[in-house]
Design a binder for this molecule. Structure first.
Ligand code: FE
Ligand code: FE
Length: 184
């Protein structure tokens, strides 16, 4: 990011939090929100496919639960855009696009009804969760730095849910999937 670029031509609008919206950092922040908005909107379409592909009911249930939660993440981001006085807009996230292609690859490369399939799906899903954790973690700090405490709180709530999902997936992997996959 070129920090010296002038954005002075823009009009100075104020958000509900009273912060100036014409700064380059604000624009960068909003751009990153558009990126994760795209990511969540595509993830929510991929998760039901992953659920259908899963072998164990435990993993299918975890994907179903996170589909609902991901819908909440989308709604939360829409709330964030609104608080910032910005339009909710999605901008292609190449990282999520790649991670979801990897998940597709796992389904293609493994046999239906195997726990190797589940082990692979958990790996793919945990890569997604870690990407989301990294993104929301940074966005929370950005929001705090800009004084958007209401936005930071909303994003923190999503961040906590992504972390809980990651832990839940680890539990499924460690409870039986990895061990049985190794025995297949
Ligand atoms: Fe999410
Ligand atoms: Fe997630």
């Amino acid at each position: 990011m070129a920090t010296t670029r002038k954005t002075g031509a823009k009009s100075a609008a104020k958000s509900k939090t009273g912060k100036m919206e014409n700064s380059e950092f604000h624009e960068f922040f909003v751009d990153e929100l558009k990126d994760i908005y795209w990511a969540e909107k595509h993830l929510v379409k991929a998760l039901p496919k992953m659920k259908k592909a899963a072998t164990s009911p435990e993993l299918a249930a975890a994907f179903e639960k996170h589909t609902k939660e991901t819908n909440n993440h989308i709604a939360t981001l829409e709330q964030v855009f609104q608080l910032l006085g910005e339009k909710a807009q999605a901008k292609k996230c190449n990282a999520m696009d790649g991670l979801l292609k990897e998940a597709d690859g796992v389904i293609e490369d493994t046999d239906t009804g195997t726990l190797i399939r589940d082990a692979g799906l958990i790996l793919a899903a945990q890569k997604v969760e870690h990407y989301e954790i990294a993104t929301y973690g940074t966005l929370v700090v950005f929001a705090e730095n800009m004084g958007h405490n209401d936005v930071a709180e909303l994003l923190q709530f999503t961040l906590d849910n992504e972390k809980a999902t990651d832990i839940a997936l680890t539990e499924v992997a460690e409870s039986f999937v990895n061990e049985q996959a190794a025995a297949e």
